[in-house]
Design a protein around this ligand. Structure first.
Ligand code: E4P
Length: 214
């Protein structure tokens, strides 16, 4: 399973990348806007830090606008992936871009049908949103399991990026269900290394070691 970082915070990406667990990065317009810096500059910086795929989202709504934006974003770095929203215009764009060899990540997926449409249009990645589905009381885990079963059954190349990950249980569950990738906010990475018993154990070891040395 791969872990992507769901942030555009370059300092956080540099720090977490040192752990050797980061396989890529995803961003969206909300994430980019938090940085208060130029979109292209931020994405280029991230692409230099992380070897794996870095998703940068288009903001146009018509297929031709998305295609033009995507062609330009694709020039920014060899590892850039263009994020396209799950709309009919988005699918038209994905169809054209995939034929040009431009990698796409179709975002805002909430149903199996949407996932299937994105896969068939030629998406490299599909991003079902776990947290946002849970927010409206819908079973997001079933969606992940169903999409993985379909990809395996038909031997599709598309990979699932479980997105809108909010806590460690989300990461653990999507891992068990076969999401190829989980995209995780930087703050959550720290929590994934921690447990109160680990901290307590370290305290006990340090205390016992100090007593032994005396
Ligand atoms: C990443 O691809 C998504 O845009 C992101 O995970 C959405 O997360 P949120 O629902 O917490 O905003």
């Amino acid at each position: 399973m791969k872990f992507f970082l769901d942030t555009a915070d370059v300092s956080a990406i540099k720090l977490i990348n040192e752990l050797g667990v980061v396989d890529g990065v995803t961003t969206n317009p909300s994430i980019i806007s938090k940085e208060g810096r130029d979109f292209e500059t931020v994405i280029k910086e991230i692409c230099q830090i992380v070897d794996g795929p870095v998703s940068a989202e288009v903001t146009g709504e018509a297929a031709e606008d998305m295609i033009a934006e995507a062609r330009s974003i694709a020039q920014w770095a060899p590892n850039v992936v263009v994020k396209i929203p799950m709309t009919t215009e988005g699918l038209k764009a994905v169809n054209v871009l995939s034929r040009e060899g431009i990698k796409t990540n179709v975002t805002l997926i909430f149903t199996v049908s949407q996932g299937l449409m994105a896969i068939k249009a030629g998406a490299t990645y599909i991003s079902p949103f776990v947290g946002r589905l849970e927010d409206i009381g819908t079973d997001a885990y079933q969606l992940i399991a169903d999409l993985r079963a379909i990809i395996d059954f038909y031997d599709y190349d598309a990979k699932i990026i479980a997105a809108s990950i909010r806590n460690t249980v989300h990461v653990e569950e999507v891992a068990k269900l076969g999401a190829h990738i989980a995209t995780i906010p930087d703050a959550l990475f720290a929590k994934m290394t921690q447990h109160p018993l680990t901290a307590q154990g370290l305290e006990i070891f340090a205390k016992d070691w100090a007593a032994f040395k005396q």
